[in-house]
Design a binder for this molecule. Sequence first.
Ligand code: TRP
Length: 333
Amino acid sequence: MIEKKEIVMSGIRPTGFLHLGNYFGAIRNYVKMQEDFDCYFMVADLHSLTTHPDTKQLKANVHRVLAENIACGLDPDKVALYCQSQIFETSELYLYLNMLAYTGELEKTVTFKDKVRQNPDNINAGLLTYPVLMSADILLHRAKYVPVGKDQEQHLEIARTYVNRFNYRYGEVFPEPYAFNYNQELVKVPSLDGTGKMSKSENQMATLYLADEDDVIRKKVMKTKTDAGPTEINSAKPDYIINIFELMKLVSTEAVILKFEAEYNNCTIRYGDMKKQLAEDMVAFISPIRNRINTILKDEQYLKDIMKKGAIKARLSAGATMLKVREAIGLNY
Ligand code: TRP
């Protein structure tokens, strides 16, 4: 008997370069999930139109996201890796879900309110219905698990609301989708300037990108804040020193970390040496990924083939769902 795996779906917006926070927070999770689940991973190019109507860079950005994810270990033979706009069924389901979506609820969504504030000149209906489109992405595959960060939780709650409205009105078609993470405690990837998490839009010098050249990585790491060092045995570490240790835990060996912990505790630590070590360990971690990204990006035909193969897989699943949807609604004349 062939065991049917549970279905996982997630989307990545093609805006900007992936960084270490994305790697440890999301992509590494995807790579693990591809072994245990039936995975659909999508580049959300339609979503990017809600905030980035200029499409000159779109193709390059879509290619980059695909290359970055493959370079990190996503296997296009194991998962459906595809581009949202190539799944035409998405737009159809989006339309039906819009009838179950109340504008009052959408106006209260945190991400919508944020975007209105950031971009008051372009409050388009697509922006308002962003969570409806995201629900369509997920429900098209009748996915149960959605690996996303905290900022997307509200969108999933909205998706569950539409599932319940649809199922109640037209009959049971969709399961409720839930956020998924392997490790309950999310891995901490602090930014290099000691201000919270490493994240896409903020200070570039405080963020390590998978595309960064070796010298750029070294320069960024060496600039992190330290001080003259501890003066008392076994003293508590200031936040910015804890951050350096946290970053080491991501890429350095256990022995290296223990050595610097001991030196910190007996007040012989030299932060310059510690940062040099961290810089080299980061280079050793990032440079093979970066090289793979660049190799993949040079092969446009390969990327096209990947997208075509991904779209075929995704449309097979989407097509089966849409038959059920049309039948449930009564659009099967
Ligand atoms: N909104 C998500 C983000 O900004 C991207 C996304 C689009 C998505 N469609 C999705 C995530 C479907 C999960 C499932 O990160």
